[in-house]
Design a protein around this ligand. Structure first.
Ligand SMILES: *Cc1c(COP(=O)(O)O)cnc(C)c1O
Length: 467
């Protein structure tokens, strides 16, 4: 399988090069040059497969030429074996034709594990074959750091350094990072803010000598491999609930548009999907776009669903690529205009075409709490604030009867205990495998907010390891 950049100027690459490159050299994102298609019979043949086996059937064409089907199967089995539910991505019924898919049974209790657990293994596999090693460096405000750490732990070809702002992440979030007992995991508590952490990481990447000497890399959400691994659970839900005989509607709590784009990719591959309900909190740039046709940036405001507090959804560029077919120049110009003016309409025809498939759904914090409370009272289920936005979207969706509506539950309620307890009056407990989180030993280094200090720490740590 070959991959092309959305902006049309970067080299065409194979899967393993796309995996390691992340962003394309022309600033674009990689997408498959052509899409594998599953017939209705192919889709039926997926019924009843365990999650990891279904994953191999979906992903094999995307990695063809880079990873053998046998190696892919080994990695998928290993990646999902440690999940906390035998179904991996269990479905729960909330109402007539209204379902929820729980994507929080991975090690860090959020849906990002479903891709990252596999992608960490793919990095290691490809690097070992090439005889290379990399250093992952990242900053976290609390939520994504642990998913990256769990993805990279115990991988021989990877060292990972994650910076978090000292004293500014929750105890659960910090402990999920600092109690990981693995030699290649290095936590830094920075005397500063999240923005300071991010600035230091950027500065390290912008120092070519440092970047090259230590082979710095990132596993960020624009990486194609993460999207690819997320396509799987759309098929998993579809075949469990009657595809291809029945059509599906998915409600997706959205930030960077990676998760919902993976659903769109499943549809391109043949899964009958009627509609996507794109959930947002008060940071509702996408909902406003689908309502008005104008995408306008606003300052980011904090909410009780922090993983969706975004200004620009970077993976939206992959959707735009289909609406500017083979015209990387026009797409690049449009995105530059957006960056410059802070607002853009992509033309009425394109907007209308997008609206036939995507529908925006916005819920503010008060209504999100009300949804958490109502779902708990009606069904006994505790849901987190991100998932609540998707559940509310499926509950109010008018297309029922025509399609089965599935809300993606993107985080475990125990990840956001304060908001859930305030809404439902019940404290969400950690699942059994994390119950001893507060007894485990923590390991991290506290460093000053200073580039030379942090670079020195990274360099010395790596030298000590590789000596
Ligand atoms: C990352 C995240 C999202 C947003 O997903 P995108 O792929 O960025 O749209 C939603 N909910 C939770 C809990 C997340 O961690």
């Amino acid at each position: 399988m070959k991959y092309v950049s959305t902006r049309g100027k970067a080299p065409v690459l194979s899967f393993d090069d796309v995996l390691l490159a992340g962003l394309a050299r022309d600033g674009g994102l990689y997408v498959p040059a052509e899409w594998p298609r599953l017939s209705r019979a192919d889709i039926r043949s997926l019924r009843g497969l365990p999650y990891d086996e279904l994953a191999v059937r979906i992903m094999a064409p995307f990695v063809a030429g880079s990873i053998s089907e046998e190696d892919l199967a080994d990695m998928a089995r290993d990646a999902y074996a440690g999940f906390g539910h035998p179904a991996v991505a269990p479905l729960k019924q909330l109402g007539p034709d209204q379902w929820m898919m729980e994507l929080f049974h991975g090690p860090t209790l959020a849906f990002k594990d479903y891709a990252l657990q596999l992608v960490g293994r793919m990095f290691d596999h490809v690097l070992k074959r090439r005889g290379e090693k990399i250093t992952i460096v990242g900053a976290t405000s609390g939520d994504t750091g642990s998913a990256a750490i769990e993805a990279c732990r115990d991988r021989d070809a990877i060292e990972i350094f994650i910076l978090h702002p000292e004293g500014r992440v929750s105890d659960v979030q910090r402990r999920q990072m600092t109690t990981v007992d693995s030699k290649n995991v290095h936590n830094i508590a920075l005397r500063g803010t999240f923005d300071d952490c991010q600035d230091l990481v950027k500065a390290m990447f912008n120092d070519p000598a440092f970047r090259d000497r230590h082979a710095l890399s990132a596993v960020n959400s624009i990486n194609w491999a993460r999207i690819m691994a997320q396509i799987v659970y759309y098929f998993f839900a579809g075949v469990a609930l009657g595809s291809p005989e029945r059509k599906m509607t998915f409600a997706v709590p959205t930030g960077n548009f990676g998760n919902v784009y993976a659903g769109y990719a499943a549809r391109k591959m043949g899964l009958p999907i009627d509609r996507f309900l794109v959930g947002s909190n008060r940071n509702d740039i996408l909902t406003r776009f689908f309502h008005t046709g104008v995408m306008g940036m606003e300052p980011v405001e904090p909410s009780i669903s922090p993983s969706m507090d975004i200004q620009v959804s970077s993976n939206f560029e992959r959707l735009l690529f289909d609406h500017y077919p083979n015209d990387g120049v026009a797409l690049t110009k449009a995105l530059e205009r957006f960056r410059r003016d802070g607002a853009i309409s992509f033309g009425k025809r394109r907007w209308k075409a997008m609206c036939t498939l995507f529908q925006g759904y916005r819920l503010d914090d008060a209504d999100t709490r009300a949804e958490i409370r109502n779902v708990h009272e009606a069904t006994g289920e505790l849901i987190d604030p991100h998932s609540a936005i998707g559940v509310a979207a499926t509950r109010t969706f008018k297309g029922c009867g025509k399609s089965v509506a599935v809300a993606l539950a993107t985080a475990h309620p125990a990840k956001f205990p304060a908001a859930v307890e305030e809404a439902a009056g019940v404290h969400p407990g950690l699942p059994p495998r994390l119950a001893d989180l507060f007894e485990r030993e923590e390991r991290f280094s506290v460093l000053d907010n200073d580039l030379a200090t942090v670079q020195g720490y990274v360099a010395e740590t790596l030298t000590a390891i590789r000596r």
